[in-house]
Design a protein around this ligand. Structure first.
Ligand code: AMP
Length: 417
């Protein structure tokens, strides 16, 4: 039997992985500058956590979770998103607000895989807990913009909306349902079902339906306080010079959002056009058993950022090879490699077999080594090493200390070139 990876799950290696690590490092730097601290929660949680936070009638909970019974017959779920586990951890460990927590985590959703849509995908996310001011929303969105710039994402745009409070949404839900019921035939199959369970999700249906274009607007059903909050967020964005579009159909998939919701989108990803999204979730901490703490957050999909990022790949760092000429030279060669590693900030590889030197030199060439350190019987006896510089073919016989200095000089100048 030949084993292959599961559909929607990915292997990463080589230059792609190096680009990915570089991207994560750059994004981490931005979050550090904003004063976030880091949190890591387990991959597996109790299923109820997501049912209660994300919501029973959301696509995620209804059909996308990897849920199974563990050996103790408990229902457990591979986390489909990062916010609920972070809030769970905050409450459980009595972390005190104000908090700014960031994470890089894997999530699992049993969606149909396609470009930019995986079953295991990674997110870099940020949560701010303890602030009710609309300026926190503006700051969070500004952070999103800074992350997109650090990731060199071209042509992104920002969409925002306010979905008010759960009470306002409940009232609007009825208005929307009464409007859509007589027009039910114009809706897609999924939306006909959503009309009963979660009519707001009908608004962001990807299939264009004439009845949706003139549907009553959610903003028109917000209280004056909610509208004022929304206006303050928009004003703050204007003042920060962050361009945005209002999208009345933006409701987001999760139940726990209140007021501001937003998404950063790109024209370069086809159907999966959202790079990241988030919003305010003032009721979630309370809802999961914590204090009455307003909160907000977002997450970006790493794989999607990588698909559109214009960051140049990091410089490759081919190794300096250390070869023992004959079998008897190998132990000294191993020691030499170790000494080089403690003094050079450059990768050093040891070749532990006495294979033909010609074949090993071919390997050094193929791996683009800048230099090879050779140890033969003569060098060993004299306490020296032979360096071959691969670009010129020139050789030098030196003490190990002198060799280290020569390597440092040459490697530095080759990197500066
Ligand atoms: P969401 O929690 O659905 O708002 O997702 C936030 C971000 O995570 C999205 O904007 C995507 O960038 C990313 N994302 C969500 N689902 C997937 C998926 N199935 N595959 C890859 N990335 C995803």
């Amino acid at each position: 039997m030949k084993f292959t990876h599961l559909k929607g799950f990915e292997d990463w290696w080589g230059e792609d992985l190096a680009r990915r690590e570089q991207m994560i490092a750059r994004l981490r730097e931005v979050l550090d500058r904003y004063g976030f601290s880091w949190i890591l929660t387990p991959t597996l949680e109790r299923t109820e956590l997501f049912q209660r936070s994300v919501g029973e009638h959301t696509d995620i909970v209804e059909k996308e979770m990897f849920t199974f019974e563990d050996r103790g017959k408990r229902s457990v779920t591979l986390r489909p998103e990062g916010t609920a586990p972070v809030v769970r951890a905050v409450i459980e460990h009595r972390l005190q607000p104000p908090l700014r927590l960031a994470y890089v985590i894997n999530n699992f959703r049993a969606e149909k895989p396609q470009k930019g849509r995986l079953r295991e995908f990674w997110q870099i996310g940020a949560e701010i807990i303890g602030f009710a001011s609309p300026l926190a929303d503006v700051e969070l969105i500004q952070l999103g913009v800074d992350l997109l710039n650090a990731a060199r994402i071209p042509d992104w745009h920002l969409e925002i909306h306010s979905i008010g409070t759960p009470e306002e949404r409940r009232a609007y839900r009825e208005v929307l349902r009464s409007y859509l019921l007589p027009r039910k035939d114009q809706l897609c199959r999924d939306c006909q079902r959503r009309l009963e369970t979660n009519p707001l999700r009908v608004l962001d249906c990807k299939i264009d339906s004439p009845s949706l274009r003139d549907a009553p607007r959610l903003v028109e059903h917000l209280s004056p306080e909610s509208r004022a909050f929304y206006d303050q967020v928009k004003e703050g964005l204007h003042r920060a010079g962050i361009p945005f579009q209002e999208n009345p159909a933006l409701v987001r998939g999760l139940d726990y959002y209140t007021h501001t919701v937003f998404e950063f989108k790109t024209p370069h990803l086809g159907a999966q056009d959202t790079l990241g999204g988030g919003g305010r979730y003032d009721r979630l901490v309370r809802h999961l058993g914590g204090g009455d703490w307003p909160a907000l957050g977002f997450a970006f999909g790493l794989e999607r950022l990588l698909l559109v990022s214009q960051l140049p790949p990091p410089d490759p760092r081919p190794p300096v090879w250390v070869f023992g000429v004959d079998e008897a030279d190998l132990p000294t060669a191993l020691q030499t490699a170790h000494k080089l590693r403690t003094t050079l900030t450059y990768p050093v590889q040891f070749y532990p077999d006495p294979r033909s030197l010609k074949a090993r030199m071919r390997l050094a060439n193929r791996t683009q080594a800048p230099a090879v350190v050779l140890i033969g019987t003569e060098e060993r006896r004299a306490g020296q090493v032979r360096i071959r510089w691969m670009d010129s073919g020139e050789e030098q016989v030196l003490t190990l200390e002198a060799a280290v200095e020569a390597l440092k000089r040459r490697l530095r100048s080759s990197r500066e070139a």
